[in-house]
Design a binder for this molecule. Structure first.
Ligand code: PLP
Length: 493
């Protein structure tokens, strides 16, 4: 099958003009030809490369224009050329870098993926770019069906509502919870959580800097997130019992006033903190007993842990009432159970997304489903777990080689924090004792030396990676770490 014919839906006997157009030999040949050109151009990008001096002046001008329209400069001097090759990306200054952050986890299949590009080219023929709740083509429905088919395997989630950002998916989720439990108006969230940038979500997110000047209108109570070191020190059972008492205290303090508890099972912005099944299960059981919705925000973690859904990794799907996904799915979605299906009128909006986002999102979920990426039921490691092991192996070697870059890291409670961690495709490491300015400087120096990374955490601060694991080769880690080593060396001096 050609790339283009794979990109278009199979044509039923009674086809519309639209279906005939997408299936026509002329269109398929044109798409194949374009994808062929893309493959050839992409194949020329094979390794990290410094900027082309001849492009420097025009690139500096692009950066200035970007700063002029935004009112401040970009964090990194990053403007893409529009071409890459898997985990490698070319910038508009002609440089090539390992992209280990991918738009904060959006481009999970890397740059210039031919299969996804074919869908993109085909989508250019759509009668309109945007689709909405009032008028839509069928791709939006197919995206939701594909996502729900996976979600239903290990949860009670039944319906999906589409939106164009993670924050909006979360806004829809909170409305669903409020309506179901009206007039309850409080929410419970974990310390260090991140939910997005809308007025409500920045109030729930536990970063004071992200809501400076925003009037506080949302009633949030915080619970401690799972803390491995504290649990070890106190004993796990005692630690969990204390958390349970804390939750009981909140629920008793405001009887019947909590609409939901937001679980970010693997914290992203908060520092790539994987949680713990027993801890979550205990808290979720109390939520069930006290009629508080269990809302699982997997906008950052979906797809990249050792199972497709983090709730599957923790075997907690039965408890989830409301669920949000975004980033790598291209289209964002709020999923909920039959019980939480809201009344008409609560959820809508002009845009649900674009044909191109629905087609690519659907294909990404299918590829996640069909690849050997996740651990199987017998516990055999999938590709993502093997990538994670490779990351840890290289980290250990780097720490052994340069112990001076990795002084002891202490967390806010005075416990020693490991130098690296995370799960699956969420990888973090903590050089220079996790000091904010040093970690940020390390990210910038690594950028200059050919690898795009980003920070996370609230102190200690970490360097994080959300790599394009399906297209990164296991042997590429050595090349990525060679760039990181140069960046850290530049930061240390
Ligand atoms: C856990 C989580 N929730 C919500 C969001 C918000 O998503 P968006 O930036 O698409 O609005 C993010 C983004 O980083 C996130 O990590």
């Amino acid at each position: 099958m050609t790339t283009a014919s794979a990109a278009s839906p199979s044509i039923p006997a009674a086809a519309t003009h639209g279906e005939r157009l997408r299936k026509s030999p002329g269109v398929c040949a044109a798409v194949d030809a374009m994808v062929g050109e893309l493959r050839a151009a992409s194949a020329r990008i094979t390794d990290v490369r410094p900027a082309d001096p001849a492009l420097k002046v025009s690139y500096d001008a692009l950066m200035k224009r970007a700063a002029d329209v935004r009112g401040r400069g970009l964090l990194y001097p990053y403007i893409g050329s529009g071409l890459g090759n898997g985990a490698l990306v070319e910038l508009a200054d002609g440089s090539v870098k390992w992209d280990m952050i991918n738009g904060i986890g959006v481009h999970f299949f890397g740059h210039s993926d031919p299969d996804l590009a074919a869908l993109g080219i085909m989508s250019g023929l759509d009668d309109t770019l945007k689709h909405g709740n009032l008028q839509t083509n069928f791709e939006a429905v197919e995206f939701s069906e594909t996502l729900l088919a996976e979600a239903k395997k290990n949860s009670r989630l039944k319906y999906a509502y589409l939106s164009t950002s993670g924050a909006m998916a979360n806004e829809n989720a909170i409305k669903v919870c409020y309506q179901k439990h009206a007039p309850a108006s409080r929410v419970i969230a974990f310390r260090d959580c991140f939910m997005g940038r809308s007025v409500t979500m920045c109030q729930i997110g536990d970063t004071a800097d992200y809501r400076q000047g925003v009037p506080l209108s949302t009633l949030v109570d915080y619970m401690p997130f799972w803390d491995e070191a504290a649990a070890e020190r106190m004993g796990k059972a005692r630690y969990i019992d204390m958390a349970l008492q804390h939750l009981e205290m909140l629920l008793d303090r405001y009887p019947g006033q909590h609409a939901c508890f937001i679980f970010e099972l693997v914290q992203g912005e908060g520092g790539f903190n994987p949680g713990d099944r027993d801890y979550f299960k205990t808290l979720m059981e109390l939520c069930k007993a006290r009629r508080v919705a269990v809302w699982d925000d997997e906008i950052q973690s979906f797809g990249r842990t050792n199972r497709m859904f983090a709730y599957e990794m923790f075997n907690l799907g039965e408890y989830v009432d409301v669920f949000c996904v975004g980033k790598m799915t291209q289209t964002c979605a709020t999923l909920f159970t039959e019980e939480y299906n809201p009344k008409p009128g609560l959820l809508s909006g002009t845009f649900t997304g674009e044909g191109v986002s629905f087609r690519m999102g659907k294909r990404i979920i299918e590829r996640l489903r069909d690849g050997n990426y996740y651990d199987n039921e017998r516990g055999d490691a999938g590709l993502f777990a093997r990538h994670h092991a490779e990351f840890r192996r290289h980290m250990q070697a780097m720490i052994a080689k340069h112990p001076e870059w990795f002084p002891k890291v202490m967390d806010r409670a005075g416990n020693e924090h490991p130098h690296f961690g995370g799960v699956g495709g969420m990888m973090k490491f903590t050089p220079f004792a996790g000091k904010k300015d040093k970690v940020n400087a390390a990210c910038k120096a690594c950028f200059e030396h050919g690898v795009v990374l980003f920070s996370c955490g609230h102190g200690p601060y970490h360097v994080r990676m959300l790599p394009a694991l399906p297209v990164l080769r296991l042997e590429d880690w050595a090349r990525v770490f060679a760039c990181i080593e140069k960046g850290l060396a530049a930061t240390a001096t």
